[in-house]
Design a protein around this ligand. Structure first.
Ligand SMILES: C[S@@+](CC[C@H](N)C(=O)[O-])C[C@H]1O[C@@H](n2cnc3c(N)ncnc32)[C@H](O)[C@@H]1O
Length: 249
């Protein structure tokens, strides 16, 4: 017979919370080459969870994800800034195409050619740390690797990097996946592949992005403390029996 886990009071309270009462999602504006709705939702939930001060996006194109992030953070009172990197002509065109960017308060664009523009911006802002990075500019091994290498030392310890097009099945994205895997090995990061669209039967093309973070350093002592606490909660009778046995020694 499976034993039902007891909920602590905080967990019980959380179960009563309605998602819409704690998170407000903006309207999704889609565009070819932009993150899919599911990817935007995953990015949005991560941003809500970590409440970032500094977000960067390499490759903004028509600003569909930039605007989603901007509105999401404003709607949910997250007082961070989004720094978007792209070529000067793309940014100039974006201001004309979408007047939203002429007035929104939490987006700043950095014009230039990556990865140099990112390196220059980091040098000009030596104390600034990145909470959340979205990598989505040139889809080549060199470009992705060079951006990740620049981001890593300035990523907060509990920061995340969302990499678009971590796609092992698409020939034109093979360099992206290889760059991410090599970067993770060398800089001790872990990559979690993410669904870009709901899985469909017989079509294994749904995993097309990845969320990266530093691998957690948990030592054996800490693991043991966690297991003991977990066992106490799950098997209280067995644990009190163990304590009695110890007392008899
Ligand atoms: C796939 S689009 C970005 C889509 C956007 N992230 C979204 O979700 O809506 C790629 C963008 O990266 C930009 N880009 C590509 N290579 C670049 C480079 N070397 N320097 C600056 N921008 C670059 C392109 O101009 C283009 O706007």
């Amino acid at each position: 017979m499976s034993q039902q886990r007891l909920l602590d009071p905080a967990e019980e309270l959380l179960r009563e919370v309605n998602f819409n009462d704690i998170v407000t999602m903006p309207t999704l504006l889609q565009q070819r080459a932009s993150l899919t709705p599911l990817e935007k939702a995953q990015v949005g939930l991560t941003v809500i969870a970590i409440q970032p001060k500094v977000v960067i996006e390499t490759g903004v194109w028509r600003g569909r994800t930039t605007r989603f992030l901007s509105e999401l953070m404003l709607l949910n009172q997250i007082p961070g800034t989004i720094y978007g990197f792209d070529f000067p002509d793309v940014i100039d065109e974006l201001y004309e195409i979408d007047p939203f960017f002429q007035t929104t308060s939490n987006v700043k664009f950095v014009k230039g050619s990556l990865p140099g523009s990112l390196g220059g911006w980091l040098t000009e802002n030596p104390t600034l740390m990145i909470d959340f990075a979205l990598v989505d500019a040139t889809h080549s091994y060199y470009a992705v690797y060079e951006e990740l290498v620049r981001i890593a030392p300035r990523l907060c310890d509990d920061g995340y990097i969302f990499c678009h097009d971590y796609d092992l099945d698409e020939k034109s994205h093979i360099g992206v996946a290889a760059a991410i895997d090599d970067f993770c090995k060398k800089y001790d990061f872990v990559a979690m592949p993410l669904h870009s669209r709901p899985p469909a039967p017989k079509v294994d093309r749904s995993l097309q992005s990845a969320l990266l973070r530093r691998s957690l350093k948990v030592n054996w002592g800490e693991k043991l403390i966690h297991w003991r606490a977990d066992a106490r909660e799950r098997y209280p009778q067995m644990m009190s029996f163990v304590r009695k046995l110890r007392g008899m020694k």
